[in-house]
Design a protein. Structure first.
Lengths: 160, 80
């Protein structure tokens, strides 16, 4: 009757289903550790390797990395590069194009990152994150070339 | 315990971190036992009775299953 089927398995759930549950947990006062997917927060955060520590979306400022719901069920974890009243401009560290949303669409704030299987997070108020953030955002004018140097690839716009 | 995306997930009470890189998910029968033993001390016999109440099993099977689930819960560190 009780099957001994307990095992370590990886469940992949799509963001549109899963992240609203995460948002609910955060609203209840939990913090949430979330494995990350995608390349849009390179070079600091790597796909399938790193995790984000998320907390409630309070005291949102430029430079924060936030979980934003750009449209219903479409979530990104990107850095805020500008705030004008209620209007938020987002840009993934590994991206070149911006996204826009309203302050109300910011669902959670990253307060730290677990990188390379570390058990201790690099907190966003820590020196390492702040130095990285300062450098990487100031290097934006040459980001296109840096990303290409770090991750050689054929840009999509050149593909046919 | 809460239902997240159709899975019975254990979430610690109070304001704590929920780590989705390592979560504990339970099947229906162990979720039932977990729900009915929360916040209390319990013995193999308690679980055995719970199983007998809910499922059509003989006492011997229920006892063995109760022991098995307790061993498993100890092993993964969700009970002491």
């Amino acid at each position: 009757m009780l099957r001994n089927d307990s095992q370590i398995a990886t469940y992949v759930v799509d963001n549109a289903t899963f992240l609203p549950e995460v948002v609910t947990l955060i609203a209840e006062g939990h913090t949430v550790t979330l494995p990350l997917r995608g390349h849009s927060m390179r070079p600091f955060l790597e796909d399938n390797r790193d995790k984000a520590l998320l907390s409630e979306a309070t005291d949102i400022r430029e430079g924060d990395v936030v979980l934003a719901e750009l449209s219903k069920g479409h979530f990104v974890l990107h850095r805020i590069v500008a705030i004008r009243f209620q209007n938020i401009t987002l840009l993934g560290d590994g991206n070149l194009s911006k996204e826009y949303c309203l302050l109300d669409n910011v669902r959670a704030k990253a307060i730290g990152f677990y990188r390379k299987n570390s058990t201790k997070p690099d907190l966003t108020d820590g020196m390492k994150w702040r130095i990285y953030s300062w450098l990487w955002t100031h290097l934006f004018p040459i980001r296109r070339y840096l990303l290409f140097a770090l991750y050689p690839h054929i840009p999509n716009r050149w593909k046919r | 315990m809460r239902k997240i995306c159709g899975e019975n997930i254990i979430v610690a009470e109070g304001i704590e971190n929920v780590d989705f890189s390592k979560i504990i998910s339970m099947n229906e029968s162990s979720a039932y036992l977990w729900e009915h033993t929360q916040n209390s001390d319990f013995t193999v016999d308690d679980l055995c009775h719970l199983l007998l109440d809910e499922y059509e099993v003989d006492e011997k099977t229920a006892h063995a299953d109760a022991e098995a689930v307790i061993d498993k819960w100890k092993e993964i560190g969700i009970i002491e």
